[in-house]
Design a binder for this molecule. Sequence first.
Ligand SMILES: [Ca+2]
Ligand SMILES: [Ca+2]
Length: 377
Amino acid sequence: MPFSIGYRLQQLIDEKLFADIKPPVYKNNGVEIIDEKIIISGEYNLTLENKNGIGTIAYTIDGSDPRAIGGAISSSAANGGNSKTITVKSGTRVMARIKNSTNWSPLHEIVFENSALFTDLKVTELHYHPVDQDTVGAKQLEFIELKNTGTSTLDLSGLSFTDGIEYTFPAGTTVAPKGFVVVASNPEEFQRLYGFTTDFGYSGSLSNGGELIELETSTNETVISFTFYDTIPWPTEPDGDGYSLIAAQTNPTGDPNMVEYWAVSKYLNGSPMADDEASVITNTPVFATKSFNLEVYPNPTSSSVNIDFLLEGDEKIEIGLYDINGRLLSTLVNEFLTEGYHNQTVQLNNMNLKSGIYLVVFKSRDNLVTKKLIYQQ
Ligand SMILES: [Ca+2]
Ligand SMILES: [Ca+2]
């Protein structure tokens, strides 16, 4: 709630903790930077400026606070005077404050990451909710699969899963071009089920309800970061039916945060260490094969919405209104429709919707099309 944060900040200012000193401003070639993360290739010039007219800049590049506990200058901090330009590389985190006698400004933090880092390393399979096998619980049978989609060997040494599950690849871990690496929740049970081994076993488990998964370098640069879900418009079969979530393309290029990146494995228990036959080899996402000329308008809307679509044959069609978290709010259409053009008008203003973003999800037997709809009360 902005009000309470603002109130708390005002309290801190009143207490003179921040003493109204503004943190250093960051610039690159004279242009102010407001982002907290900058993707760079090679070296980058960062200028730190003190705009207060009082005090001096204290900064670090090792990820520690320039203000030591108790209020002294940290031993790892450098003096930036009133203005200082430093050269940074990817992996660097700059933290800076202004110090004016015993008073400090709030912290200003920025991190630099490398755009070219592991761009060919892709997540290609996620078995987050397997089925139980005899006495072995589903949590023992999870795995995540990564693929080197590039043309040169990748060295994964020191890369870590830091969110969702926890695992650091040991020194000497490499993956050949078009090769795979699988990290399992329990390598012994993995071997028993699939008949071959993985050396990599993670701590924690993949949430059955979806969660953020992050793979980072040892300097905390993001390699892969995505959130998966177990509810429509995401495929629901991977949530306990025994079929894993797989990349829709054999060498995916898209964003794993998007549902279009994903499909359902052709195989019960998935396809660890292998391409999946349900993946398509072209660069065309599976869900984009047919659009049905789906139109949702007016958009934004405050009352009713028209949903138009064209069927090339007789088909059973399901259209649902979902919230942004994938929860079904209302089934708008669920019937067998004949070939041709269809128009549905749906009244939204008696559904108790709050203003916000919703999803209109159109499903036929083989396709799924999603449109965002903005509702304004
Ligand atoms: Ca799980
Ligand atoms: Ca696979």
